[in-house]
Write a protein of this length. Structure first.
Length: 154
């Protein structure tokens, strides 16, 4: 990634940004918005919603974060407040700025991102259950093939 400016002596020369405009209609993740009767500030709610979404694996690496204007309307925040929340999420290594598009962020789980162990255990259990079901279905398909094809492999 290129630096935003090159320092030449005491004078900094600003380089032109080479990012493209964010494409219209880019499929972004869906945020829940403020909860009715929520106690905290909407910025805290936004940051917490993204954190929980990542922990619960509703938001996965690579999913696109909504545009700032959409988040402003959804949470009733100012542009400054949304940008503050985005900065916090980037500091927590939950969001990353897209390399190709201006003003576009995506979910990116950094090295320090805690993922709840219970979610991992739940995922392992689901995979084990699906593996068992797949084996059962495979056995049934083989039995049906034997009957249909008139073979008896027993």
């Amino acid at each position: 990634m290129w630096p935003d400016s090159i320092h030449h002596g005491r004078k900094a020369l600003k380089m032109a940004e080479t990012k493209r405009e964010r494409p219209a209609g880019l499929d972004a993740l869906s945020l829940p918005g403020p909860q009715p009767g929520g106690q905290g500030h909407p910025v805290e709610g936004l940051v917490g919603d993204v954190r929980r979404g990542v922990e619960q694996r509703r938001y996965l690496r690579g999913m696109i974060f909504p545009e700032v204007a959409v988040v402003e309307r959804l949470y009733g925040l100012s542009e400054k407040e949304v940008r503050s929340a985005i900065r916090r999420l980037r500091d927590e290594e939950l969001l990353q700025l897209h390399d190709d598009y201006q003003e576009t962020y995506f979910i990116d789980l950094g090295r320090g991102t805690p993922i709840r162990e219970s979610a991992d255990v739940g995922l392992v259990a689901q995979v084990a259950e699906l593996t068992t079901r797949l084996q059962e279905l495979s056995s049934r398909v083989q039995a049906l093939e034997s009957v249909v094809l008139g073979r008896d492999d027993r």
